[in-house]
Each structure stands twice: as C-alpha cells, then as structure tokens.
Design a protein around this ligand. Structure first.
Ligand SMILES: [Zn+2]
Length: 461
C-alpha cells in the first residue's frame, strides 16, 4: 500500500493546477531532470529536462543517446486542473456573516460542494519591496496568525496558518502559491424545512447558493487580510490574487477489503501522477525522444494559452528540435511516425445506473486501465494504435477494458482529439475508470492506478 500512499499524498497536496505543476517540477528536479526555461534559448544534449509552462502547465522530456531527427516521438499528456469554485476579485460579501463571492470553474456537481469543509488556495502576487514574514527556503509555514496580530488590522487571529511557496515573479511583483492547508470555509445547505422538495432535486443559483461562510462578526476587509496572511505580508502589499476553494478531505482508502480510493481530484491527478512516474522511468531507460505534457484548463475547453488546444505542443517540439540543432523540417516525420497517449479519467460502470452505459463496452472497478473508443472522435479513435496497445498490454500482463458511450448518451470529451488536431499523430485516450466524475469527491479502485501507471510507462518504451 505504500505506493498507494505516494500518489494519494500527491493528490492531497496538489490542491490547484498551480500546486500540481509546482510539485511535478520539484519531483522532476529531484529526480535529476535539468530545468530549462521556455523563455530562453536551449542547447540540449541527450538527457532529461523539465520546463515550467504557462499557468498550470508543465513539461518534461527525455532525449536518449540513440535519438535521431525524424524518429517517431512519443508524447503523453494529462491535465492538472479540476472543476472547482473560484473566489471573485472583489470577493468579500455579507455583513454579519463573512461570505465569499464565487464563480464556477468548469463543470462540478455543484451540490457536492455543500456542507463540506473547504480550503482556499491559489496564487498571490506581492509588491516587490514587501516585507515577508518568517519563511524558510520558500516553503515554510507562514506565521499567519502572528502577521495578522502584528498588522493590528484584524481582531481575531486566523485559525489556520497555511503555507506559501515563492514560485516566480517579475520586476514588479513576486508570485507565491498559497494554501490554507486546511478547512476555512463551508457552504451550508438550506434546511429541508424551508425547501420540502429538496429531495426531488434542487437547482442551485450559482450567484447565491455557492457563497461559502468564512466566519461571523469579522471586521471589514477580512478577506484581503486573510489572503495577505497566507502569503505572510501586509494586505497593502498584495497586488493581485487568484484564489479557489478546494476540497480538504484527503484521499482515503475505503471498502471492506480496503481496495477503493475515495478522493477529490481523481480527475485528473491520477493521470498527472502516472505520467510523472512514466517520464521518470523513461529517463532511466534513456532511449528515443519521450515528452510528458501536463496541460491546464481542460475543464474549460483547453483552448487557452496553457491548454492542450493551443500552440504549446507544436512550439515545445520545435524548441526541443532547435535546442538539439536538429533541422525543423524533420519534425513532420517525427510527428507522422510518432504516437500520443492522452491520459484522463474514464467512466466506470455505475451499479445503480447501468441504463446509462453500454455494458459490454464499460469498465468496472478492478478491470484495469480504460482505453476509450468513440466513432465520433469525442475521444481519439485510432484503431491501429489500439490494436498495437492491446498486444503490448497483454504481453506486459497489464489489465485493461475498452469503453464506448451508450449510444443515446452524450459522454464527455478530453484532450486527445484537440492535441491530435495540433499534432497529427496516432493518439489513444485512456485513464482509470472512476465513479462520480466531477463530484467534489470521486471513487475508484486502488488497483486500477497500477494498470494506469503500467500503460503510461509501457507507452514510452
Ligand atoms: Zn479530466
């Protein structure tokens, strides 16, 4: 179970796409990947590299001693973001009760966010000359309660200290990733006595029903003071913040045999972690050209600067070729001869709602990793690549199932079709089968993670 704990602990820490990308970066650097900047020229040799992308995107690649221009490139991708609630810029609301104004990021099952402890995390941009309180090597606990007391602006010291990591900045501001590291807000349901029809289904008004309570009887400007305390600075030194609510419940083993995992953000940090394991293994092998791409903004359509439906992937590939001194004209061959694995969670068969599924083409818990098929290309459908992977998965004894949607049900989509329209390579969409996709807390079989990691590692071989 120790390997389960590793990826579960990654999910617990990766509370926003930015945190996810930063922890990927740290893991890669400590595994010996050389860090390079997208904004600088490169001189690459065979080896393992990593580069921070825009937003919550991140990249890593391995250049083998045997890699040659025009050889088929192997690309794998996953997304770092998850549906959640965003705290608006002027986010302070309420009078006696301290509320936060939110809007919805992506497509969460809204009612699952109610009555559950929520944390606050995101990015804070601080004036360059700000005095920052106790901080060691960019990741220590900020003395939030102390700072708040020092400033004299907040009557009640904040209960949870939180943490901050400095991750970047410009000539004008320093950027911190902050997290409350625990629950600080919650969104209470209306009692059933005021809504007798609640169990027939209730429509939540996003602007009204999704405002969390952060406390009561607090002084004005509490939100700005709190955000500043997370970064360990005075509120006047915070120039900008981008904050989200996250589910603080940790990933937990459930089931009478302890064989399932209940957790927030299984979509899609299971894939993020499997891809991390796969590129680290590829670095040890050191053959060919293998690229791991973690994109942001999948939950809002991917067509953004840091999303999969952008120029990022072609630009990265061109930049790697340029860094190696390889002719750009050979990139086309590398793409046409290349293969791509797009990792995102899949739908597991729901025992209470089999009518929503095409049962022979549905994955159950424990079936392994799911390969997705869609004639309409909602998932990439490259039968030749599925054929190849069936043979290789069987040889490697990695369990898998194939999923197609029930014909009268429109399922979701993912990054595969988007990336393969940017880079026309044979692409396969795959992931672990989960239940309650986009709920604040999702469910999967622990053993399917091993199959997912097995596929991700095999694909780079
Ligand atoms: Zn997803």
């Amino acid at each position: 179970m120790s390997s389960d704990r590793e990826w579960m602990s990654f999910i617990n820490r990766a509370v926003t796409p930015y945190h996810c990308a930063e922890f990927l970066r740290r893991e890669l650097v400590s595994a010996g990947f050389a860090e390079v900047s997208l904004g600088a020229p490169w001189e690459l040799r065979p080896g393992a590299y990593t580069a921070k992308g825009p937003g919550g995107a991140h990249f890593a690649w391995v250049i083998g001693e045997d890699a040659k221009p025009g050889d088929g490139v192997a690309i794998e991708l996953a997304h770092t973001d998850a549906p959640c609630l965003h705290i608006k810029p002027a986010g302070e609301a309420g009078s006696y009760y301290a509320l936060a104004d939110t809007d919805v990021y992506g497509g969460p099952i809204l009612n699952t966010w109610l009555d559950r402890p929520l944390g606050v995390a995101g990015r804070v941009f601080v004036r360059k000359k700000a005095r920052v309180s106790t901080r060691v090597s960019g990741s220590a606990k900020t003395a939030a309660a102390k700072t708040a007391g020092d400033s004299g602006a907040v009557k009640n010291a904040f209960a949870v200290a939180g943490s901050a990591m400095q991750v970047g900045g410009t000539a004008h501001t320093s950027e911190y990733l902050v997290s409350s590291d625990g629950p600080v807000m919650t969104i209470p349901n209306l009692a059933i006595h005021f809504n007798r029809d609640v169990n027939k289904g209730v429509e939540l008004k996003k602007a009204i029903d999704l405002r969390p309570i952060a406390g009561f009887s607090m002084e004005k400007n509490w939100l700005a003071e709190y955000v500043a305390s997370l970064a360990g600075v005075r509120a006047a030194d915070v120039v900008e913040s981008e904050l989200y609510l996250y589910v603080t419940q940790p990933a937990e083993i459930v089931g009478v045999r302890g064989d399932m995992v209940s957790s927030p953000r299984l979509d899609n940090q299971t894939s993020c972690y499997a891809l991390l394991a796969a590129i680290k293994k590829a670095a040890k092998r050191g053959r060919g050209l293998s690229i791991a791409m973690w994109f942001d903004n999948e939950e809002v359509g991917s067509q953004t600067r840091q999303g999969a439906d952008s120029a990022l992937a072609p630009m990265l590939l061109a930049k790697i070729y340029d860094g190696l001194g390889w002719p750009a004209a050979r990139i086309n061959e590398a793409v046409f001869a290349g293969r791509c694995l797009s990792l995102d969670v899949a739908h597991a068969l729901h025992p209470n709602h089999p009518e929503k599924y095409d049962e022979p083409n549905s994955a159950r818990f424990g079936d392994g990793v799911t390969l997705k098929v869609s004639a309409n290309q909602r998932y990439t459908y490259s039968a030749e690549l599925i054929a190849e992977m069936r043979e290789r998965l069987a040889a490697a004894k990695i369990p898998y199932a194939v999923h197609t949607n029930q014909s009268d049900v429109v399922g979701g989509s993912t990054m595969g079709p988007l990336l393969s329209s940017q880079l026309p390579m044979a692409t396969l969409d795959a992931g672990v089968p989960i239940l309650a996709m986009h709920s604040a807390c999702e469910l999967m079989a622990a053993s399917d993670m091993k199959a997912l990691t097995g596929l991700a590692e095999l694909f780079f071989e």
